[in-house]
Design a binder for this molecule. Structure first.
Ligand code: SAM
Length: 306
């Protein structure tokens, strides 16, 4: 397959390179903004799980770039990820885990004690190909994003997050409905129809009466009243509206490249990738295959998963 093949098969991949976006996922947030208009006039935004940074680019484009240079320092955008990413003008980076309370504190400090007007999160695990497992981990990331938002989002604020439509989606909606007056599921045309990926656009954040914020540790699994509840009891089923973006371009279609087509390299290669860490660690683990039994160095594995 030539290097132009992906440009043909994936119109949003090609457009991202042509328009200067670091990843095709920029179009998912752009289409959500076009539909719901949540970015106008904002000055404080958080991009969770931000690397390589295309959503941060969208935030900067809507919130920072339209202002005259002398007013731009009013805008505070912070991008949080475990991995590093190349700088973006108008965006401050925080290399941190979104499930840690220290991350919430760092964000509030960044806003000078104020809270964010919007939190966006495109969190996804590195895909294993095991759909149930991937959906479970993505759901956990969504809950972490929602959890940290209860600390850092101002009353009335907006939360936009990736969500995989799978087994426990209804439970996730229930959680979201506890904290937002208005919750909607959105499917951009930049997200393939065959993919279980969708996005929630949750508006008008509020802390429910009696809700107490507590540490972002596993302890709160046992204290659902104080935190976002992940317990397995059956929640009431809630129905949330679903909106699909109708655009001219379809991510499931193949497009001709056209006569004036010129191949472009990706805008920005990732600086680091999670797999680099895994590779480094697996190279230290002594794995021997004995028939179908795998023997590992357990001490190393314990340290790895700690
Ligand atoms: N929105 C990004 C963009 O448009 O360029 C793409 C985000 S990518 C799909 C998912 C990101 O989630 C990865 O960069 C990964 O490092 C990050 N991530 C996963 N778990 C995380 C965690 N616990 N804390 C912070 N970042 C996390």
């Amino acid at each position: 397959m030539g290097r132009t093949s992906k440009d043909k098969r994936d119109i949003f991949y090609r457009l991202a390179k042509e328009q200067g976006w670091r990843a095709r996922s920029a179009f998912k947030l752009l289409q959500a903004e076009e539909t719901f208009h949540f970015l106008g006039g904002l000055t404080r935004a958080v991009d969770l799980c931000a690397a390589p940074g295309s959503w941060s680019q969208v935030l900067a484009k809507h919130m920072y770039e339209p202002l005259p240079p002398e007013e731009r320092d009013k805008v505070k955008i912070i991008a949080v990820d475990l991995q590093g990413m190349a700088p973006i003008e108008g965006v401050t980076q925080l290399r941190a885990d979104i499930s840690k309370e220290s991350t919430a504190e760092a964000i509030i400090e960044f806003f000078g004690g104020e809270k964010a007007q919007i939190v966006v999160s495109d969190g996804a695990p590195d895909s294993t190909g095991m759909h149930d497992f991937d959906a479970y981990v993505q759901g956990e990331l969504l809950l972490s994003a929602l959890s940290i938002s209860t600390f850092i989002l101002e009353t009335g604020g907006t939360f936009v997050s990736k969500i995989y439509r799978a087994d426990r989606t209804s439970r996730l909606y229930t959680q979201l409905k506890r904290f937002f007056k208005d919750v909607c599921v959105f499917k951009p045309s930049a997200s393939r129809n065959s993919s279980i990926e969708a996005f929630v656009v949750a508006r008008q954040f509020f802390l429910p009466e009696g809700h107490k914020l507590c540490n972002l540790t596993n302890e709160w699994h046992d204290h659902p009243e104080t935190w976002v509840c992940r317990k397995k009891e059956n929640p009431p089923v809630v129905h949330v509206p679903f909106v699909a973006y109708k655009g001219d371009l379809d991510s499931d279609r193949t497009y001709d490249l056209g006569e004036d087509y010129v191949y472009k390299d990706p805008v920005q290669q990732p600086l680091t990738a999670a797999y680099q860490d895994i590779l480094k660690k697996t190279s230290q683990i002594n794995i021997k295959y004995e028939g179908i039994r795998v023997v590992h160095d357990e001490e190393l594995l314990k340290e790895w998963y700690a």
